[in-house]
Each structure stands twice: as C-alpha cells, then as structure tokens.
Write a protein that binds this ligand. Structure first.
Ligand SMILES: Nc1ncnc2c1ncn2[C@@H]1O[C@H](COP(=O)(O)OP(=O)(O)OP(=O)(O)O)[C@@H](O)[C@H]1O
Ligand SMILES: [Mg+2]
Length: 443
C-alpha cells in the first residue's frame, strides 16, 4: 500500500531490526509499527553486539539503534554494521539531543536520528525517508555475496582491488577552505560504506589533524624510506583510523620534517598513493597552495582536481593561471571541477566581489558549485574537531553544498569508471594522458 509521503512501491515492505537494551522501549516501538502494514519488525535484540550479529543474519532494510547500551554502544555497532551489512541503514535513537554523540553517530554511518520519546508520525516518516534514501546504495551491494568474507580474504593478500579514485583539492591561494573541503568531502564520501583515505599533503602547515581532532605520531615521513617496497601492511600501520572509520594519512609533524619529501623526493606522496590506491575507493588529498613538484605529481595522479577559489580578483587571476597550466599539461577539461567557497550573500557580494558569471567567462569554464560563507559553522567545526557535514541539519548551507560536492564526485567518478569498463582497450589507449607516467617515472 502506498500512502502520502511514502516512497516505496506498491506492496513493498520495509524490514526493521530493533536494538535497545530496554525491553519496554523495544516493545513500544514494535507496537507503534504494528499499525503500519508496510513496516515489519523482523528482529529485536538488547545489545550492540547482538545487533551486529542479527544485522548480518537478517539483513534488514532498517536498523533502529539505541545510542547508549552496555556491552557495545550504538556508535560502535553502527560502524561495524556499515562495514559488514551495507544494505542496511541505521537510524540512531537517543534520549536527548546530544550534538557530539549525534555527530559521531553520523560519522559512524547512521543515516538519521530519532529523539526519545518518539512520536508515531516521526517514527514512520523517518523510516520511510531513510529507506528511500538508502535504496540506491543498498541495491549496489545487494548482489555482492558475503561482502565481509570476500574483503577479509583479499585484505590478507594486500590487494583489495578497489577503484582508487584520487581526488586532489587545491587552490593557488591560501585560506580559501581547501582543508575544510577536503576533510568534509572525505567524510561525506565515507558514509555510504565505501573505504576512504584522507591525505594531508600540505607538508609544512597541514591542519587536517586539527580539523579532525587527531593526534598521531605516525606520518607519511615514516614511509619515505620504504617507498620502493611499500606494502599494505606497512601503510596500514601508519594510517590513522578516525572514530568515524575514515582513514587518515597524516603529513609531517613539524615543518622541518617536510624536507625529506620536499627536497629529497618531492613526488613521494604521489608514489605512495599510486601504490596503495587499490585498497581504497576514494583518496582525497588536501594540498598547500604552493605550486611545486609535490602538488604537480598529485595532479597527474588525480582522477579529479577540485580547484577552489573565492570570488576575489587576486584569487580568480591565480585560478586562471592554474587552468592554463592544466591545458598545457593536456589535462582533459572534465578532470577539473571549479568550486567557489566562502561566497557571501548577494548583497555584500555585489559591492565587493566579482559575480560568478563573470568569473566563469574569464576562466572559460563553468563554476560547478558555490559554497556559501558561514563563519560560525566553519569556526565551530574547526574548534570542535568535527567535520561540518557531520551536523544534523543536512538541508542547511554550507552543509548541503559540501554533501552535494561529495555526491557529485561520487557519481562522476563511479559513472566514468563504468563507461571505461565498457570501452575497448584501443579506445582507452587513445585517451591516455602523457603526464603521470613521465613525471612519476622520473622520480
Ligand atoms: N564556507 C566557509 N564559510 C566560512 N568560513 C569558511 C568556509 N570554509 C572555510 N572557512 C574558514 O576559512 C578558514 C580557512 O579554511 P581552511 O583551513 O580550510 O583553508 P585552506 O585553504 O586549507 O587554508 P591554508 O592555506 O591555511 O591551508 C578557516 O578558518 C575555515 O574555518
Ligand atoms: Mg589547508
């Protein structure tokens, strides 16, 4: 049956697993759901650990998970479920709106929230909406048999054979939001259960660690000496795993440590990433604004370059310079995506800044996304060490634009790969660009 606002098709039933340590709480939800013929409770358990086991066994469409539980809490359970049962979408439940908890849950892969006490309408609407949103993702995984087993076997051999799309975020100008965008795009890409690596390649003054509240002793500097026989095991021992599951390769801990890369082997980062790219679906690279050999080798390696600017004359002029360079390097025009960040509201903008159409004309390229300025949100995210996209109000700017950018990149890169698979080897050879092999081969 199809009701107003109900996204599922005629006769489609949404299966639901309840995970809450309080039996009466589970019973109450069960009673509410019993009124709705399209919502069916298929399991009900009292700990996070049981929740993970039942999720694997029952493969429900939706899991309603309490955040606070003894044994294994809802966040950890969600993280495990997102990895091992990607067809299921988790809705997290908590007693009060604790923003820190909720953000962590979102980063662990929860798709939405319910605050207790839960009203029937809120419950029904949230389940149906999350089901509809997750349908495409679930479909992608549905036909992949026993994802977890396959993964552990392949991981043991160190060849996961993932897509390894490298996304380099760059601006010729400092302070325009490159690190903010890289961190948020990486976080947003990860939510769909894919494996994402964030790399801090701003070698001297990298601040990915600050944005994600990470303190790690291990950095890419530890890999430089072993670059020629870099294997998955060594790489994994250096990479930091954030609470959210995001993997992070930290940059040098102090500016002077950057020398072993910048002076001795400037293409080291690109070489590392090229070697381990098959272990990740997406690798997002934060860069410094210096246009040096390190960043050039990363451009070569990239499947997409997100070129970030602000609508100021100095910045637009430098973007033009970079785009001209990309033309000289024979990069395909669609390798680069132009994004304007920190765009103030129109009234202020007309007075002091260049209109977007003018910028697009000058750069001879469309501006694919404008991310509005929101000082408070950016500052708060930075001071708390939590990415902007982890906020709950997804429809608000600049959260929705940052999520949108991740979606755009996901669609384009995965779409391009499907097309590529369909192409003949001769077609592919014709399109191959000269840059990468030459530059990396030189190192
Ligand atoms: N959309 C936005 N609205 C308002 N402030 C923003 C926005 N995006 C980023 N910021 C703020 O701009 C400042 C610079 O951001 P960020 O560090 O991400 O830029 P960057 O290009 O990496 O800078 P750097 O050159 O220092 O590496 C930070 O204070 C950040 O909070
Ligand atoms: Mg930065």
């Amino acid at each position: 049956m199809n009701r107003p606002g109900s996204p599922q098709a005629e006769g489609e039933v949404i299966t639901i697993l309840l995970v809450d340590d309080i039996p009466e709480a589970r019973e109450n939800i069960k009673k509410l759901l019993a009124f709705e013929p399209d919502l069916r409770v298929v399991g009900s358990v009292g700990t996070g650990r049981e929740g993970v086991a039942m999720a694997k066994e029952l493969k429900p469409n939706i899991i309603i998970m309490d955040i606070n539980m003894p044994d294994m809490d809802g966040i950890q359970a969600t993280s495990l479920i997102t990895e091992s049962v990607p067809t299921a979408a988790v809705i997290m439940m908590s007693v009060q709106n604790d923003p820190d908890y909720l953000r962590r849950a979102m980063l662990a892969g929860a798709r939405n929230f319910l605050t207790k006490p839960i009203s029937p309408d809120e419950l029904y609407n949230t389940i149906r909406t999350v089901y509809a949103q997750h349908k495409v993702v679930a479909q992608r995984f549905r036909d992949t048999p026993v994802v977890e087993n396959v993964r552990s076997v392949v991981q043991a051999e160190g060849t996961e054979n993932r897509s390894g799309h490298v996304i380099v975020v760059y601006s010729p100008q400092g302070g325009v939001g490159v690190t903010t965008i890289a961190t948020n795009v990486a976080s947003a890409l990860m939510k769909e259960g894919v494996r994402v690596l964030l790399v801090d390649s701003d070698l001297q003054f990298g601040d990915v660690g600050v944005l994600l509240n990470i303190q790690s002793q291990s950095t890419m500097v530890d890999l430089v000496d072993n670059i020629h026989d870099l294997d998955t095991e060594l790489f994994d021992s250096i990479v930091f795993t954030h609470d959210s599951g995001l993997k992070v390769l930290m940059g040098p801990a102090r500016p002077e440590f950057a020398e072993v890369i910048e002076q001795d082997n400037p293409t080291a980062v690109a070489q590392m990433l090229e070697k381990i790219s098959g272990n990740y679906d997406f690798i997002v690279v934060d860069t410094s604004h210096a246009l040096d050999e390190t960043v050039l080798s990363l451009f070569d390696l990239a499947a997409k370059i997100v070129l970030v600017g602000m609508p100021t004359l100095a910045c637009v002029k430098n973007m033009r310079f970079v785009l001209d360079l990309f033309d000289q390097l024979n990069y395909a025009p669609d390798k680069t995506m132009l994004v304007l960040n920190r765009v103030p509201d129109d009234r202020n903008r007309q007075k002091f800044l260049i209109p977007t159409e003018k910028i697009a004309r000058f750069l001879k390229r469309p501006i694919e996304l404008e991310i509005p300025a929101d000082e408070m949100t950016a500052l708060e995210a930075m001071s708390k060490g939590v990415p902007i996209v982890a906020r709950r109000d997804k429809s608000r700017s600049p959260i929705k634009e940052l999520m949108g950018l991740a979606d755009m990149l996901h669609t384009r890169l995965e779409g391009a790969q499907e097309e590529e698979l369909a192409e003949s080897p001769a077609d592919k050879a014709k399109q191959r660009k000269p840059g990468l092999g030459l530059r990396l081969g030189k190192a």
